[in-house]
Ligand binder design. Structure first.
Ligand SMILES: NC(=O)c1ccc[n+]([C@@H]2O[C@H](COP(=O)([O-])OP(=O)(O)OC[C@H]3O[C@@H](n4cnc5c(N)ncnc54)[C@H](O)[C@@H]3O)[C@@H](O)[C@H]2O)c1
Length: 329
């Protein structure tokens, strides 16, 4: 099955058998693979089979390597390999690899073609489609980056068989988020993984197409991310797990502000149970200072993503106003 979203063609396949058909869509000249080290070790033979005579740049795995040094390392290697502006880079890995690969593609020769092949659930449902790419810097998430869409994304659960459980659960964190962004998405009853991935992407599509540059509506995709990003960096937990913690925290904040969020909280708890997920349940009040350091803070105001009747909306508030409203709760 295929989808076209903005400029990106997305393939959804059970395995890698359609990869040649996928590559043929893009008139590839020469291409270079950028592969996460764990993925490379697990799938070296598979990559050699499907990407014959490829040049491969292996990058270290982990969020701590999602930084500008890795970007320069890749750029140096590509230039030493004589990449030219008609060539393509193909990122194969989780969200870290895909974010770095997209950013490199956006700056090299002021923009070269790139394709993404996500290998984690999180990257499949969230980190590859939509054109946001970049790296962390000075302990701030995604603070250096650009909007730059891949020409193609090839999604297959084939890779998930080796994904550690906690990483799979992290991907589920983002999927659960989508349950509160579209009241027609029935994650509770849907069990087919490809459908779950496809539906997640279709929900994201609505927001990305309406607001590519993230000026308004698209910010609703950040549900759970404002507190989530603070928790992710401070407590060193996985991104999707942090999103779950962030959803829990923002729902509690809404409740303290007198907003009836009981139906959403009930579904949240049901989904945690269904997927055997646990959260620590951080106190949002202890992270208010942190969230106002986020890059989404514009002139002292933050757009918090709230939900009402399974529809997200933005709630703009200054830090002092927020403290005033929740004091004593
Ligand atoms: N650009 C976006 O719109 C967007 C959206 C959401 C998240 N993100 C970013 O995505 C990143 C998180 O992505 P992630 O959770 O995929 O993390 P990740 O890329 O660090 O991958 C997680 C771990 O799984 C390993 N791995 C990857 N595929 C594997 C496989 N098939 N089998 C075994 N191990 C495998 C990796 O080596 C790594 O150790 C964050 O940096 C986040 O900011 C970006």
């Amino acid at each position: 099955m295929q989808l076209k979203i903005n400029d990106t063609i997305i393939y959804f396949e059970e395995d890698l058998n359609e990869i040649n058909d996928f590559k043929n869509q893009f008139n590839l000249n020469k291409y270079y693979l950028i592969v996460d080290s764990n993925v490379y070790n697990l799938y070296k033979d598979v990559l050699d089979k499907y990407f014959i005579n490829n040049e491969t740049i292996i990058i270290p795995s982990g969020e701590e390597y999602k930084n500008i040094n890795t970007v320069f390392m890749i750029v140096d290697k590509l230039l030493n390999l004589d990449i030219n502006r008609g060539d393509t880079i193909i990122g194969i890995g989780g969200g870290v690899t895909c974010d770095i690969c997209g950013f490199v593609a956006s700056i090299l020769y002021r923009g070269i073609k790139h394709l993404l092949i996500p290998t984690t659930l999180l990257a499949m449902v969230d980190a590859t489609m939509g054109g946001k790419c970049g790296v962390d810097h000075l302990n701030r998430k995604n603070i250096i980056g650009s909007f730059y869409e891949p020409k193609g994304i090839y999604i297959t659960p084939y890779f998930l068989k080796t994904l550690p459980k906690e990483q799979y659960n992290s991907g589920l964190g983002e999927v659960i988020k989508y349950s509160f962004l579209d009241d027609r998405f029935d994650l509770y009853n849907e069990c087919n993984l490809i459908n779950i991935i496809k539906d997640s992407i279709l929900i994201k599509k609505k927001y990305v197409e309406a607001d590519f540059k993230d000026k308004g509506l698209r910010m609703c995709l950040n549900l759970g991310h404002t507190f989530g990003h603070a928790i992710e960096l401070k407590e060193k937990i996985l991104h999707g797990q942090a999103v779950l913690e962030g959803i829990y925290m923002i729902f509690n904040l809404e409740k303290d502000l007198g907003i009836d969020i009981s139906n959403e909280q009930a579904l949240f708890n049901k989904l945690l149970q269904k997927y055997n997920l646990e959260i620590k349940g951080y106190d949002y009040k202890l992270y208010i200072e942190d969230i106002y350091k986020d890059k989404k803070n514009i002139s002292g105001e933050l757009n918090l993503v709230f939900v009402k009747n399974f529809r997200p909306y933005l709630y703009k508030i200054r830090k002092d106003e927020l403290y005033d409203k929740i004091i004593g709760k």
